[in-house]
Design a protein around this ligand. Structure first.
Ligand SMILES: Cc1cc2nc3c(=O)[nH]c(=O)nc-3n(C[C@H](O)[C@H](O)[C@H](O)COP(=O)(O)OP(=O)(O)OC[C@H]3O[C@@H](n4cnc5c(N)ncnc54)[C@H](O)[C@@H]3O)c2cc1C
Ligand code: SF4
Length: 470
């Protein structure tokens, strides 16, 4: 522990952000580096006897150890501590919701240590200083693994398996690797060169990427099983949850991922010709109160929307933890994202009942029932209050989550078993098919990048054991 009184002397401070009126003019990252402040922020870590942050992090990051190294100015050591548990701290340091901070002991009666931004600072220093260099495996085992899907779960597994000496080839349907890191999360949270530079290092280390290839369509799972000693399926969970309401087919109602995917392609300069969904000059209604909804708000504002309104079925959460939501649980409190700060009206407690269109079929408004949450017959339900409300808009974006991985193509074509929620069924990480494994959102349902990395690492261990036994 660097400084035993740091937490008494220094208040929590995050990095500065670009001002809203500046940052909405482009898709560049909105946070500025933490810089010099990292040293004193790291000094707030108390090195408490039981570091709850460590178990709050799905990767088990050794947080007190890297905080201590940062306080001492030894970023090289901090990076090597971080890399022992996290393949991609440059991703999580930017976009992790930081469950570690929710569990930080300082958070009991003070603001938690700013762990996520310290993580970003460490990883950026490592890239700047040239410490991130290809590390070739010492021996090759002669075994081979195919990874299907190049999101964070597939990338983490590929990295681990390659370092264990297996030959790894990653098949990706999209034109670029990264999964939702590349095509879901907007650039203002994570610029895509950050993903590309990591993929380039992995390629130099021997991982082979084959993009524009859909398994289940271009190559069958059976063909992969014949050509590789093991197959890992990390195809994410992209089947969107829909709203079955009157008029749903109106022109101007879009799924969030169609909108975000296309926007990220536009920013990268490779959007398909003739296809567009744009918020420019429109009143945009974002339905759904989560992070995906926030990403749709920030993207709409940057595209030049006239007005953005966000509605959600949930009740407005409290500003502080409720008594039944104590530390170290994840705090169920009102959150204001950077996108909200950029200008957005927020309305709670509304359930969409119809999408209304003009004679040409263009969306003109959405009608809602006002609802409140109640426990009925042991289940939490949203009950109409009897009041209706109609909101005028030109475009509606549905950001109400994802139900399970896409079944069409790979999953149903190959006959992979699914669990009752529609995710790929697995015992541990083994699917119903010999030699075929699964991890990430495809196995656990739509989750977080940090969980995808953790699952990729664990699945790699399971595959390594099974290859050693075969
Ligand atoms: C809009 C949005 C914003 C988010 N923001 C955050 C955030 O800020 N922080 C956070 O922690 N989490 C966030 N998440 C969640 C996070 O991105 C996911 O939990 C994570 O990316 C899951 O990783 P994965 O590797 O399992 O799947 P994915 O990232 O979905 O990657 C799956 C990959 O498989 C490919 N694929 C699918 N089918 C095939 C096939 N048949 N053949 C070949 N390839 C295939 C896909 O093209 C994709 O590249 C967000 C999610 C969304 C939708
Ligand atoms: S990966 Fe996420 S949970 Fe883990 S230490 Fe980093 S910010 Fe915290």
């Amino acid at each position: 522990m660097g400084k035993d009184t740091g937490f008494l002397e220094v208040n929590r401070q995050g990095p500065a952000m670009r001002q809203p009126e500046e940052r909405i003019k482009d898709f560049k990252e909105h946070y500025l580096p933490l810089g010099e402040k990292a040293t004193e922020q790291a000094s707030r870590c108390m090195d408490c006897g039981v570091p709850f942050c460590n178990s709050g992090c799905p990767l088990g990051n050794r947080i007190p150890e890297f905080n201590d190294a940062v306080y001492r100015g030894d970023y090289r050591e901090a990076y090597s501590v971080l890399r022992t548990t996290n393949n991609f701290p440059e991703f999580t340091g930017r976009i992790c919701p930081a469950p570690c901070e929710a569990a930080c002991v300082l958070g009991i009666n003070n603001n938690p240590v700013t762990i996520e931004f310290i993580e970003k600072e460490i990883s950026e220093k490592a890239w700047e200083e040239g410490w991130v260099v290809p590390k070739l495996p010492v021996v090759r085992t002669g075994k081979s693994v195919a990874v299907v899907g190049a999101g964070p779960a597939g990338l983490a597994a590929a990295d681990q398996l390659n370092q264990k000496g297996h030959r790894v080839k990653v098949f990706e349907r999209d034109a670029r690797v990264g999964g939702l890191l590349t095509y879901g999360i907007p650039d203002y949270k994570l610029e895509k060169h950050v993903v590309a530079r990591r993929a380039a290092i992995m390629e130099e280390e021997g991982v082979v990427f084959q993009c524009n290839t859909e398994i289940g369509t271009d190559i069958t799972l059976e063909e992969l099983r014949e050509s590789f000693d093991a197959v890992l399926i990390t195809i994410g969970s992209k089947q969107p949850r829909d709203i079955r309401a009157k008029g749903r087919e109106a022109k101007g109602v879009h799924f969030a991922m169609d909108f975000l995917h296309l926007n990220n392609q536009k920013v990268a300069g490779d959007a398909p010709v003739g296809q567009d969904i744009t918020a420019k000059d429109k009143t945009v209604l974002v339905i759904g109160g989560g992070d995906t909804g926030s990403d749709c708000i920030g993207t709409s504002i940057r595209q030049g929307a006239k007005e953005v309104i966000q509605v959600t079925i949930e009740e407005q959460p409290p500003l502080e933890r409720a008594e039944n939501n104590p530390w170290p649980e994840w705090p169920r409190i009102m959150r204001t994202s950077s996108s909200h700060e950029e200008g957005c009206e927020r309305i709670w407690g509304l359930n969409a009942t119809s999408f209304n269109s003009d004679e040409q079929g263009n969306l003109v408004s959405v009608s809602f029932d006002e609802v409140r949450g109640e426990e009925l017959a042991g289940r939490w339900q949203f009950v109409p209050t009897g009041t209706q409300r109609t909101i005028e808009c030109d475009m509606a974006v549905l950001a109400i989550g994802f139900v399970h991985p896409e079944h069409e193509g790979l999953v149903s074509g190959a006959g992979l078993s699914t669990d009752p929620r529609g995710n790929i069924a697995a015992e541990g990480f083994k699917t119903s098919m010999e030699g075929v494994f699964t991890a990430g959102d495809a196995r656990r349902g739509q989750s977080l990048v940090v969980w995808a990395i953790a699952e990729g690492r664990q699945a790699a261990d399971a595959i390594d054991v099974s290859l050693a036994e075969s």
